[in-house]
Design a protein around this ligand. Structure first.
Ligand code: 13P
Length: 336
């Protein structure tokens, strides 16, 4: 696949007023989400839940793509239509999570490195045949005491760059996600420093590994105070700090940046994205790739009664997609 084709996929992912829904929870992670609403974590419930999300009427108005998990990309609707067909017919790009999750970084207690490079070339080629147009790899950076170490940042960014190069070889747009966790009592300035150092290391690694930035999407965490910080960040502070940090570290040739929600409330995640876009124009489109901030309201409805609340859960997904789509344009208003 040519760089032009990768570039056009990347541009479609961040088309004006559109963003990504992340539904790529591993079977362990979805268990935590299902447990919270009392849904047994069976393969059929996971399939039924993802069918509810992906068949939301009008989903394609504000959603350009969905990130799936290995099990999900092979699944179909109850009527037997593959999820990837439902998506491609609706103009929603199938994405696939390809990392194997974060593991303890040997020699650095409390720090994590994401694994999954072994055999990745073959897995990517299979996913491309199954219809995947983009992929995701998430690195996790923890702020705590002296952490993160430079070693942790570099090890994760090196892996992200190796993954990204393999994606492009397979004709898949890499979404590179170095998530600086919200966990902890750090303030917004500490988050800024760590995020800037991480992004600088990431783009240095991407450059070293010959990754074409024009065919790459960054999935970033916002710059904000940790969950346990006594001084919580206001929307305007998050927007100012995040934009300043991105401008300091992210090349303008990148076709787009999407944010994770990382445990923010639905409304905070939407308001922050909206405030950033109101400050635009920026060198790149800024949109969303939310998991929890797209799903949590819908999941709790669906979990109460899968059959009776099917349509109202879908209406909730559509509502969250619209709110975030408007925020991607800087046109969202509270209570919309
Ligand atoms: P959250 O928006 O729930 O953080 O999930 C996004 C995601 O895909 C993290 O990798």
């Amino acid at each position: 696949m040519s760089i032009e084709q990768l570039e056009s996929i990347a541009q479609a992912m961040v088309a004006p007023g559109k963003g990504i829904i992340a539904i790529d929870e591993s079977n362990n992670t979805i268990k935590k989400r299902f447990d919270a609403v009392g849904v047994p974590n069976t393969e059929e419930n996971r399939r039924a839940y993802r069918e509810m999300l992906l068949t939301t009427p009008g989903l394609n108005q504000h959603i350009s793509g969905a990130i799936l998990y290995d099990e999900t990309i092979r699944q179909s609707t109850k009527a037997g239509v593959p999820f990837t067909k439902i998506m491609l017919d609706a103009g929603i790009l199938p994405g696939i999570k390809v990392d194997k999750g974060p593991f303890p970084l040997a020699g650095f207690p409390g720090e994590l490195v994401t694994e999954g490079l072994d055999g990745l070339r073959d897995r990517l080629n299979e996913y491309a045949k199954l219809g995947a147009k983009f992929a995701k790899w998430r690195a996790v950076i923890t702020i705590s005491g002296e952490a993160p170490s430079g070693t942790c940042i570099e090890a994760n960014c090196h892996a992200l760059a190796r993954y990204a190069a393999l994606c492009q070889e397979a004709g898949i747009v890499p979404m590179v996600e170095p998530e600086v966790l919200m966990d902890g009592a750090h303030d917004i300035d500490e988050c800024y420093e760590v995020t800037e150092a991480t992004l600088r290391s990431l783009f240095a690694s991407l450059y070293e590994q010959n990754v074409m930035l024009e065919g790459t999407i960054l999935k970033a965490s916002m710059v904000l105070a940790g969950k346990d910080c006594p001084e919580q960040s206001e929307v305007e502070d998050v927007a100012d700090a995040t934009i300043r940090c991105l401008k300091a570290a992210v090349p303008a040739s990148l076709p787009g940046i999407v944010f994770l929600s990382g445990g923010q409330s639905d409304e905070f995640a939407t308001a922050n994205l909206n405030a950033m876009n109101q400050q635009g124009p920026h060198p790149w489109p800024l949109s969303f790739s939310y998991g929890r901030a797209m799903q949590q309201a819908a999941l709790s409805l669906w979990g109460k009664d899968m059959a009776a609340n099917f349509a109202s859960a879908q209406a909730m997904v559509a509502q969250r997609a619209k709110a975030n789509g408007m925020a991607a344009l800087g046109q969202w208003k509270k209570g919309m």
